[in-house]
Design a protein around this ligand. Sequence first.
Ligand code: KIV
Length: 262
Amino acid sequence: MNVLDFARRKQAGEKLSMVTCYDFWSARILNDTSVDTLLVGDSLAMVMHGHDSTVHATVDMMATHVAAVRRGAPDKFVVGDMPFLSVRRGLSEAMDAVAALMQAGSNCVKIEGAAGQLDLMAHIVESGVPVMGHLGLTPQSVEALGGHRVQGRNEGEAAEILTAAKALEDAGCFALVLECVPAALGAAVTEQLDIPTIGIGAGADCDGQVLVLQDMLGMDDAFKPRFLRHYADGKHLVGDAVNRYHEDVLSGVFPAPQETYA
Ligand code: KIV
């Protein structure tokens, strides 16, 4: 998978799969799967660090996780998320952040939003760094959006998202994440762009789908938004294994002679 394959896959009508990945050991597992792309998303601030929003992700944090994922998944296309405000503090700081993620092992950067940053995004593309856009629910703006809510439900908002999507394509983005928008809007954006859309809660007509790994593995069985499918019962799988180990230690069954050095 390289950046050119995204457009090729859309032209061929082949869907794209992406999952988040934040650490070395899960990257090693995912490197041996057929998933197309790994996203080191700023959602790691919540999933890995326990914060209540992605606002807490920093460039250093992102670069550390990108480097760990690259070491674990040398064969995968890795997307590095530009964290909160990293593209809003001027060209020089933004380019330093891009450099940090690319030098840590990203194949591209993902940037939320469009307004006020199209020139910067075009500059990053012209500098030789592929840029993935991100519209709809943009979690870094959670305070301005009044929470994690579906976006583009009314005509005006939907038209704005469509216009922004075209502007991102014109700025040179090679793909676009669409998060939490009505399926009809996901389909309209997908139909009107030449670059692939990768949806999360944006309907089945997007060119690809992305989910947070821990969410799809059911690591938090209480977290089940409408767009999510649990592909495993990870919470109980892990919990049961650790409980069995605990019982074996207490009962003296572990370690057995074959697990002991003579
Ligand atoms: O940070 C992230 O995990 C994301 C996905 C939800 C698309 O941006």
